[in-house]
Design a protein. Structure first.
Length: 407
């Protein structure tokens, strides 16, 4: 199968979407399929990239690190036609996504879409939420998605949201898989782990509590910080290590100072992608209170590294952490500290059988197989829909002729 991915973000830009696209591309290629990336120009991109087609773009409003395609429809169409694509898979509702749908329509092939982002959680970034409102998101999302052949939803939350918007296109939950080996990393030695913990100020028998994400308001790291004084009362040697960077760092530092936590909470800044596994492996627990994730790759990354998680739950996460050996979820921000303390004190033992089964569920292999099954189903569905439309058009033409005879 020949597949064209249309996306506004791809490496060297680093994001959850770019990572999931790269993971899926690699997995599909392992299975013998051809995948081509249609994406934005990037001044930092390599000049020679295999199977990557870049189109003119500009930085996106309020997200200067992201770019949006501004032209190139005819060029993209000609390339896609030359490649003889079987289907197009869009990964954005903006420039490249619209372009991908137009190319698919021109080529008369299915257009699949992954709804990666819950935009309602990010409206405050655009003119502080005064220009684009929730009603606009609902209308624009429904308009875009209903004109695709089928939609990939990373979690049940996305399906529920799209249905509430009035989306009628076929929807299927396919959680984004990860490269398990990238986070298991058995070659990481205990000595390396101890060195990292020491450099972060974690005592030999102290607890390293890890938060790893983009540091922004919707990631809700503030809830972890606000609950940490209670954790310190029970575990004085516990340390909260916050890995990442973003627009909310200074506000969090002010909060830390106001709570007198400067000695027990540490920011590392952004960490190289290849070094992330060291932090997961060094941590005793991974924690997160974000409520804005459609899925959240950091949860599965931590799980693959063997680090138990204590996270604010939703339907997806409650199912992901379905065994105590993997971690636990809590309901509200104020439940974070009690949940973490209770989980630490419970001293749940690891269950190798449960762990291995879960690793397959979150793996890139399972992700790729599930996606191919959806593609194949949508190819059949698209062909049937085209047949129905042709029949309807034929009936309409017959009606017009019959009406002309009556006259």
């Amino acid at each position: 199968m020949k597949i064209g991915f249309f996306t506004d973000t791809y490496f060297p830009q680093v994001s959850g979407v770019a990572t999931s696209i790269k993971t899926l591309k690699e997995e599909l290629e392992k299975m013998g399929h051809d995948v081509y990336i249609f994406t934005t120009t990037d001044p930092n991109a390599d000049k020679l990239e295999k199977d990557v087609i870049r189109m003119p773009s500009v930085p996106f409003v309020s997200f200067k690190e992201r770019r949006v395609v501004v032209r190139g429809m005819w060029y993209a169409y000609l390339v896609a036609k030359e490649l003889e694509l079987d289907l197009i898979h869009t990964h954005t509702e903006f420039g490249a996504g619209v372009l991908g749908k137009m190319v698919a329509k021109k080529l008369k092939i299915p257009s699949i879409h992954t709804y990666h982002t819950m935009y309602e959680d990010y409206l405050h970034y655009i003119a502080k939420g005064k220009v684009i409102r929730q009603s606009h998101v609902k209308y624009l999302s429904r308009l875009f998605v209903n004109h695709t052949t089928g939609v990939v939803c990373p979690s049940e939350r996305v399906i529920e949201t799209l249905r509430s918007y009035g989306v009628t296109a076929p929807l299927r939950v396919i959680p984004t898989g990860i490269d398990i080996e990238k986070f298991k990393r058995p070659e990481i030695t205990q000595e390396q782990i101890n060195e990292l913990r020491t450099s972060l100020g974690v005592k030999e028998n102290g607890l390293m509590i890890l938060s790893l994400s983009r540091i922004s308001y919707e990631k809700n790291i503030q809830a972890l910080i606000q609950g940490f004084p209670e954790v310190i009362k029970h575990y004085p040697d516990a340390r909260l290590i916050i890995v990442g960077n973003g627009p909310y760092v200074e506000q969090l530092k002010e909060l830390i100072t106001s709570l007198n936590l400067a000695d027990v909470v540490q920011f590392t800044g952004e960490v190289d992608n290849n070094d992330v596994a060291f932090y997961y492996r060094a941590a005793d627990y991974f924690v997160c209170a974000s409520t804005s994730e459609t899925q959240g790759l950091t949860y599965t990354e931590a799980m693959a590294a063997g680090t138990p998680c204590v996270v604010e739950g939703n339907d997806y996460l409650n199912r992901l952490f379905d065994h105590a050996s993997l971690g636990r979820t809590f309901e509200r921000d104020e439940d974070f500290a009690p949940a973490l303390i209770d989980y630490i004190e419970s001293k749940v033992e690891k269950n190798p059988e449960v762990f291995e089964k879960k690793l397959y569920e979150i793996s890139a292999t399972h992700f790729g197989q599930s996606m191919i099954e959806f593609y194949e189903d949508m190819l059949v569905y698209y062909k049937e829909e085209m047949r129905k439309k042709e029949e309807e058009a034929s009936i309409e033409r017959i009606k017009i002729k019959l009406n002309s005879f009556k006259k």
